[in-house]
Write a protein that binds this ligand. Structure first.
Ligand code: NAD
Length: 493
């Protein structure tokens, strides 16, 4: 495991505030456990209201100078951070594997995606410009400027501990705000390592901060008068809570929630290609992804063929500790979550779905204490079943029949979630219809994982998102700034 230099001797994590590692005075906390081995990696104490208040005060003070620091100066620590993240890409990826349980290839991918957001934020001098027009009215010139707003926070989930904090942090500080990260308490060591690099990158003290904790810390941030806005990524019930509580307190809020994504496979699709992409999109990160394609809606004429291909590919997948060679799927985050996924599989059986492949019968040699499940494939799933409606967040693929394309699109749109949907087809007309008719924030055609690059926004619709401006790219700049108009007349004296 890469060395976490400033972790206290007793394995307790600390907050990072005002450029210092500071002890957490809150009384609760939890162990950080490697999901594949059961080994305890450290302990994260939970910040209480007083811990949060101290950090917000320091962040607000840092904002006073940072907001008027020339933009060219503001982006220099971001260039430095990109360099440091790249130098430590392998350390970060290995740490993600150890505390999250995903495979090394998946962890490398997420670190890369995080770094891309730092790269995009380095373009803030151009992206932050708002617009101007001379002769907007007789003798009048008008221009608009974007200004930062103060202290922002982001509350992030366990499933992408390196990438998701970086959907927010670089844009918040590049636009001239100060920032407080509240990472997931389940795998906070990755954020810990990123902040070690932030400490070296040259940001002024107090501009970038981190508080560890659970619900108490989140609510203290949402209630604090000096927090201008909050970004949230996590499950739908908590996203709703964060959106409502933050908005009630007059803050800007963007809250990304859970998902239940669909993919349609039409009879014209390249079935080998589709089966491979669909299975990997369902089971990557052991299904713990908001972009997992859980519900596969297949045109009737190719249903049996697609079932065979999917089960065959699922049989070939290897499951083990993510740092081992040639591993396709790693561990689930906790034993409780593994139990939850097992319960969903039992529910599917009781609801009458056909269990084509049971991932529950699994032992992983050398890792008997790990939270493992194999890929599980259900067939004859219908849209009214619990397993088709609820987010399972595990490696469970639901194969569903549709008589035709219209019925398949209806099934997609019946879902209360709208994070992502994908279509596999060789028919351009159906692809066009899908783009116009399917209700989700991220739509793919012949694409398994519908993840936009950092220079595009990322966010869902319906119960997958609460707010208006999404993560990443241009939306982040709007979220982190307000616009002022200057209207000027300079008559001849
Ligand atoms: P979670 O909702 O349990 O936790 C997310 C964050 O909320 C954590 O930082 C946690 O400390 C905090 N939190 C938890 N309970 C809280 C409470 N009662 N009050 C205040 N704060 C609370 O989510 P998770 O299990 O860490 O992550 C998985 C979920 O995240 C899935 O539903 C997944 O779909 C979703 N997710 C969504 C996206 C997206 O872009 N839409 C991306 C990644 C993950």
């Amino acid at each position: 495991m890469p060395e976490i230099e400033t972790l206290a001797d007793d394995g307790q994590l600390r907050n990072y505030a005002n450029g210092q590692w500071t002890e957490i005075t809150g009384s609760n906390g939890q162990d950080i456990v490697n999901p594949a081995t059961g080994e305890t990696l450290g302990h994260v104490p939970f910040s209480d209201e007083a811990d949060v208040d101290r950090v917000v005060g320091q962040a607000l003070e840092a904002f006073q100078d940072w907001q008027s620091t020339p933009v060219e100066e503001r982006i220099q620590p971001l260039f430095e951070l990109k360099q440091l993240l790249e130098e430590h890409e392998s350390d970060l990826a290995e740490l993600v594997v150890q505390e999250h349980g995903k495979t090394l290839a998946e962890a490398r991918g997420e670190v890369r995606r995080g770094i891309e957001n730092v790269e995009v934020a380095c373009g803030i001098p151009s992206m932050m410009q708002a617009g101007n027009l001379s002769h907007a009215a007789p003798e009048i010139d008008e221009s608009a400027v974007r200004q930062p707003l103060g202290v922002f926070t982001a509350i992030t989930p366990f499933n992408f501990p390196a990438m998701i904090p970086l959907w927010f942090l670089p844009y918040a500080v590049a636009t001239g705000n100060s920032f407080i990260l509240k990472p997931s308490e389940q795998d906070p060591l990755t954020a810990r390592l990123i902040f070690q690099l932030i400490d070296e990158a040259g940001f002024p003290d107090g501009v970038v901060n981190m508080v560890h904790g659970g619900p108490e810390a989140v609510n203290a941030l949402l209630d604090h008068d000096d927090i201008a806005g909050a970004s949230f990524v996590g499950s739908t019930p908590i996203a709703k809570h964060v959106y409502e509580r933050g908005a009630k307190n007059g803050k800007r809020v963007q809250a990304q929630g859970g998902a239940k994504n669909h993919v349609i496979v039409t009879e014209s699709a390249d079935l080998d290609f589709a089966a491979e992409k669909v299975l990997s999109a369902s089971c990557a990160c052991a299904g713990e992804r908001c972009l997992a394609l859980d519900n596969v809606v297949i045109e009737d004429s190719i249903y049996d063929d697609f079932v065979d291909r999917t089960v065959e590919l699922a049989d070939e997948m290897t499951v083990s500790q993510g740092l081992e060679d040639d591993v396709d799927m790693g561990a689930l985050i906790t034993p409780e979550h593994e139990r939850n996924v097992r319960n969903h599989i039992q529910t599917g059986i009781e609801e009458g779905a056909t269990l084509f492949r049971d991932g529950r019968d699994i032992t992983v040699d050398g890792y008997e204490d790990g939270n493992f499940l194999g890929p599980t494939v259900f067939g004859d799933v219908t849209a009214d079943m619990v397993i088709a409606r609820e987010e399972i967040f595990g490696p469970v693929v639901n194969l569903m029949r549709a008589e035709n394309f219209d019925e398949a699109v209806e099934t997609v749109n019946e879902s209360r979630f709208g994070n992502a949907a994908s279509l596999f087809t060789n028919n351009g007309h159906k692809a066009n219809r899908f783009k116009k008719e399917a209700e989700a924030g991220n739509l793919g055609v012949n694409v398994g994982t519908v993840a936009p690059m950092a220079f595009f926004h990322f966010g869902g619709q319906k119960d997958s998102f609460f707010g208006d401006l999404h993560a990443q790219g241009e939306d982040m700049i709007q979220f982190y700034t307000d616009k002022t108009i200057y209207i000027e007349r300079w008559p001849d004296q």
